[in-house]
Design a protein around this ligand. Structure first.
Ligand code: NAD
Length: 493
């Protein structure tokens, strides 16, 4: 079977990349090559940026309602084609089909919210700032925006930014993750069919070279970055030097706190989904459980490990697991699997107990896949490498705290602060948790929650550099510039 080489989409046309031969894209469930992705050069990225810069003036001057009409068409096309795209997403990324469908739904929802731009982009006016003088705030488009995407949400993460950027009158250059380029290639066909003028949206496949071109170009006004904190720091430093606005959403280690009064049956089911969905490769995956009190710790360890052992590990497209509440699919690559296995070994070496070991597992008929089963380490203490590090796989560490204060201190001492949840029936404890936890997104009796499209999304500490969140109003703020006008007219003589 011949394997398709993906193309770039620049100035409203599909173009072959100058670079060869590119990288193989694998189905992580089987190891099969499903496409080839070009590693475009910085010159190709510059061509896309030039196209976006050329399209900016007319698009910014297009009435906002007309811009939203195009986005409405894209929203419909995304909804109509969601199932086919979800399958591509599963094939190249390995998450379950229900997770991929939910991801597509979130893309549609972000488009729907961005279609409210005629309301959201309104400025303000204060009549009579002084005698005969008015003050006005205009919210204007900014220019060309770049977006650098991670592998774990090939569709949803770009849609945290793209609909808001273009609805607000900006133009856009997207660099998908080179590990999962097929989903956005398919979505770009829909963007093309929606009727955006040439150059408003551009897609450039590649690796770090394309990312660097976006960061360095004087024609890019701002960059949205989602990925590891390591790369977020590069983005933050480079944008500071090149004078761009940026938002950079980084790595995570999300904690679940279980209080002694928690509803244990519901909690265990809930924690299993939060920890093992997407094989733990979500920035909002729970990966550390903190049990308050010895009795809670013992009960959670016993119940959680038994439930984790029962989670099926399979190719998510296997019909046998179609109805499973949670299925652990493959991780993204053989390298990721080996890195995760190494971190588990490090945990054992530093004194954690390996209560459930998912290493060395093969799935019948999928021997080439990159699988690692649910893994649980107990007797973990704050500061161990397995606690400090974002493992980004189906690996959970369980810690014990003497009381809620200690649990909060463990979480607040962590480098990352994306999300945290508490399980309790006690409103006073929940309230203290909400107010005292240094994380961006908090849950009470829910797994680590990814906020809906009409709420802001973003973490804290090293999980979010620059405190600029996304979705809805937060995205509108990033993709618009305020211009403040002070205005007076003298009376006619
Ligand atoms: P990654 O940082 O390895 O890569 C992300 C993107 O950056 C890729 O497109 C890559 O090509 C590009 N890149 C790499 N080096 C670059 C450089 N020097 N300059 C410019 N671009 C460069 O991340 P990943 O492995 O694809 O994704 C997983 C990570 O993303 C995890 O840490 C996860 O927590 C994080 N993530 C965070 C959020 C959030 O909202 N905080 C959401 C999703 C994923």
């Amino acid at each position: 079977m011949s394997v398709q080489t993906l193309r770039n989409y620049i100035a409203g046309a599909w173009v072959d990349s100058d670079s060869a031969p590119g990288l193989d894209v694998h189905n992580p469930s089987t190891g099969e090559v499903i496409a080839r992705v070009p590693l475009s050069t910085s010159a190709e990225a510059d061509r896309a940026i030039a196209a976006a810069a050329g399209a900016f003036g007319n698009w910014a001057a297009t009435p906002v309602a007309r811009r939203c009409e195009v986005l409405f068409r894209l929203t419909g096309l995304l909804r109509d084609n969601a199932e086919a795209i979800a399958r591509t997403l599963v094939e190249e990324m390995g998450k379950s089909l229900p997770d991929a469908r939910a991801e597509m739904k979130r893309c549609v929802e972000n488009c729907q919210v961005a279609c409210g731009m005629p309301i959201m982009q309104q400025g303000a006016k204060l009549t009579g700032v002084s005698s005969g003088i008015d003050g006005e705030v205009l919210r204007l488009p900014v220019g060309v925006f770049g977006m650098i995407a991670p592998f774990n949400f090939p569709a949803m993460v770009p849609f945290w930014f793209l609909p808001y950027a273009v609805a607000a009158g900006n133009t856009f250059v997207l660099k998908p993750s080179e590990q999962v380029p097929c989903t956005m290639a398919q979505i770009t066909e829909l963007i093309d069919a929606s009727g955006f003028p040439a150059g408003v949206f551009n897609l450039v496949n590649g690796d770090q070279a394309v990312g660097e071109a976006l960061l360095q170009s004087p024609h890019v006004a701002g960059v949205s970055m989602v990925g590891s904190t390591r790369v977020c720091r590069i983005v933050a430093e480079t944008c500071a030097k090149t004078g761009k606005r940026f938002q950079a959403m980084g790595s995570a280690k999300n904690h679940l706190v279980v209080m002694p009064d928690a509803k244990i049956d519901q909690v265990v089911r809930n924690m299993i989904t939060s920890c093992f969905g997407c094989a733990g490769q979500r920035c909002m995956a729970a990966s550390a459980i903190v049990c308050v009190g010895q009795a809670t710790y013992r009960q959670v360890c016993e119940r959680f490990i038994a439930a984790a052992r029962a989670v099926p590990v399979a190719d998510p497209l296997d019909p046998a697991v179609a109805d499973a509440e949670v299925v652990v699919g493959p991780v993204i690559s053989a390298a990721a699997r080996d890195r995760i296995a190494g971190l588990i070994a490090d945990g054992v070496a530093e004194g954690a107990t390996l209560a459930l070991d998912g290493r060395g597992l093969t799935v019948a008929g999928r021997e080439g896949g990159y699988f690692i089963g649910p893994t649980v380490l107990t007797d973990v203490t704050s500061g161990m490498k397995v606690h400090r590090t974002e493992i980004f796989g189906p690996v959970v560490v369980i810690l014990q705290a003497g009381d809620l204060d200690e649990a909060i201190a463990i979480i607040n001492a962590h480098e990352y602060g994306n999300g945290a949840s508490i399980y309790t029936q006690n409103g006073h404890h929940a309230r203290r948790f909400k107010l005292q936890i240094d994380c961006g997104m908090i849950g009470v009796n829910v797994g680590i929650p990814a906020p809906a499209a009409y709420l802001p999304f973003g973490g804290a500490k090293a999980s979010l550099l620059a405190d600029i969140k996304t979705q809805a109003e937060a995205a509108v703020r990033f993709f618009t510039q305020d211009r403040i006008v002070t205005e007076r007219y003298w009376p006619e003589d």
